[in-house]
Ligand binder design. Structure first.
Ligand code: FAD
Length: 528
């Protein structure tokens, strides 16, 4: 962990005569406002990273405001988080209704009737020290017939509704397999709450009305609706879209990205599980946005993310119902403005989760950004002086990460060939950020993708979207010509054979949950 544990100290906030400077400057109290996924994830990571530091962590949950908690998909770093927290993965999967995820399958995005994959894990193998997608470009130029699934084990398993864990000792594609989880956000918050409380985190059920400020403008005390108060040194705002501290109190400001990401609403509801659970998220492009399908162990999460400028709420619900059928719970209508807070860390307040901004869930990045925000907070863990250079460094890193994710998501829309609705016309013609234009141009001309430090999505992820959306580079990496075409063909054949054989030996995704399914049939587990 980036942070070493400190020695327990007193709770004094002022400099005491004779007290060691390092101790008197220590953060002793952290107040986390919000008990959704962000609040409990932050509490878990902070509690795990500050054992014995004498730092008291309190999570405040409003009894009046619920969490977002629609069915959630994640990306592979969620597995690293479980390891970091020393959480048994099988136990977590069982208690959160999780299923495994090998990637996302996109339907109707490039054009109607077209499907493509953004799988996790490796794609082929390095050739001449170059990523495989360069060889892919050359193979296409050579006229080789290419089947995507033959080079991505995740895609191949996904299409067969199979799943297996990575085998790091294997020589074949099993070694490069990666996976994430689909989970029930409500159950995850509950799980992480129990974990945090075991590590000494306190929970208060109070509604925060306001906060007092110190002379320097920093936050001092939370004021609750029952008149009581709570003082703290560091405040973590996980209060959801409203941003109770970061916006309502500190007036930090917001950068609105809806010009390039026009979807601003979602209607969501779970439905019954009636078919095998695919080990991937499904993202179907719709006339004014897209629809997700996320299989859990006990139900399926569905939602239509859409642009209210192009579709009425009632029509969105009709569209969803026509596709997925009867709800298991009342449909939820969610409104959002895509963008980010001007600052994620303002004075002594750090915003995480929806309080820090929101990019629609097309690539399942929100929960990852919560984790990334906490990791970076640990790397920039402050003392009571709250050095501005430290705060600036934190903000710069997260802004860079979030803006590159924004570009990545925008690309899914802007590269479409669709012209069947005003929404898709808008997406095709919208003015793109310069950073994205540069990346698209480089790829179109050379097939190269140059990502920078701190970006979440690597060159392979960008390749999948370019390839899936039908962008074909004008040339390929000249270093690929070192490999003669006949040799390249042999390498491709060998990889395809290994991938097919690994997929053939794998079991169905559903078989992972057979025991739980049996218990459900016996009525021993109530479906949530
Ligand atoms: P919330 O869940 O809104 O929790 C806010 C908390 O703050 C609650 O506990 C509430 O009680 C508390 N609170 C609010 N006001 C007060 C107050 N005044 N006083 C005290 N407490 C207060 N992310 C993914 O990674 N993958 C996905 O597939 C995905 N799908 C999504 C789909 C949609 C339609 C939306 C809108 C979001 C999706 N997200 C997804 C994002 C994800 O839901 C959130 O990032 C994640 O749940 C974290 O939410 P949160 O904890 O920040 O906020």
């Amino acid at each position: 962990m980036p942070l070493s544990s400190g020695t327990p100290g007193s709770f004094a906030r002022s400099f005491e005569v004779g007290a060691p400077m390092s101790d008197s400057l220590k953060i002793k109290r952290i107040a986390i406002v919000g008990g959704g996924t962000a609040g409990w994830m932050a509490a878990s990571l902070l509690a795990r990273s500050l054992p014995g530091s004498g730092c008291a962590i309190t999570v405040i949950e409003s009894p009046d405001v619920g969490t977002i908690g629609v069915g959630e998909a994640t990306i592979p770093p969620i597995i690293d988080l479980l390891r970091l927290l020393n959480i048994n993965e099988a136990d977590f999967v069982q208690h959160t209704g999780s299923t495994y995820k090998l990637g996302i399958k996109f339907t109707d995005w490039a054009r109607l009737g077209h499907t493509y994959w953004h799988p996790f894990g490796s794609f082929g193998t390095m050739i001449n020290l170059r990523p495989f997608f360069h060889a892919w470009h050359k193979a296409r130029a050579d006229g080789l017939s290419l089947c995507f699934d033959d080079y991505s084990l995740c895609a191949s398993l996904g299409d067969q509704h199979k799943f297996r864990f990575p085998d790091v000792n294997a020589q074949g594609p099993e070694a490069g397999l990666r996976y994430a989880l689909h989970f029930d956000a409500g159950l995850v918050a509950k799980y992480l709450r129990a974990y945090s409380e075991r590590l000494g985190v306190c929970r208060l059920e109070r509604h925060v009305l306001d906060a007092t400020r110190r002379a320097d403008g920093a936050l001092d005390e939370l004021i609750f609706s029952d008149g009581s108060r709570l003082a703290s040194d560091l405040f973590v705002d996980c209060s959801g879209f409203r941003g109770v501290l970061i916006e309502q109190v500190l007036k930090t400001g917001y950068h609105d990205w809806s010009a390039v990401l026009p979807c601003d609403r979602a209607v969501a509801y779970p439905c019954e599980l009636t078919t095998a659970r695919p080990p991937y998220t499904q993202a179907y492009a719709r006339p004014a946005g897209w629809r997700w399908r996320i299989p859990l162990q006990h139900r399926v999460g569905n939602g239509y993310v859409y642009s209210s400028a192009h579709l009425e709420d009632g029509a969105a619900l009709d569209d969803l119902q026509a596709a997925v059928g009867k709800p298991l719970a009342d449909p939820r209508l969610l409104r959002f403005v895509t963008g980010r807070r001007r600052l994620f860390w303002n004075r002594n307040c750090v915003a995480l989760g929806l309080a820090s901004g929101f990019i629609e869930p097309l690539e399942s990045t929100s929960i990852h950004l919560v984790m990334s925000g906490v990791y970076k907070l640990l790397e920039h863990f402050p003392d009571l002086s709250f050095a501005q250079s430290n705060i600036d460094s934190y903000n710069a890193e997260l802004i860079n990460e979030m803006e590159r994710i924004r570009d990545f998501i925008v690309m899914h829309y802007s590269l479409t060939e669709r012209s069947d609705t005003p929404f898709w016309d808008y997406c095709r013609n919208m003015k793109l950020p310069d950073s994205l234009i540069e990346r698209i141009e480089l790829y179109r001309q050379t097939g190269r993708i140059r990502t920078k430090a701190g970006e979440l999505f690597n060159d392979l992820s960008w390749f999948y979207i370019f390839e899936g959306m039908g962008v074909r580079p004008a040339s390929y990496d000249p270093l690929m010509d070192v490999v003669p075409s006949a040799e390249l063909r042999e390498i491709f054949d060998k990889i395809a054979q290994l991938t097919r054989s690994a997929a053939k030996q794998s079991a169905s995704h559903d078989s992972q949950f057979a025991a739980r399914a049996a218990a459900m049939m016996a009525g021993r587990i109530a479906s949530a």
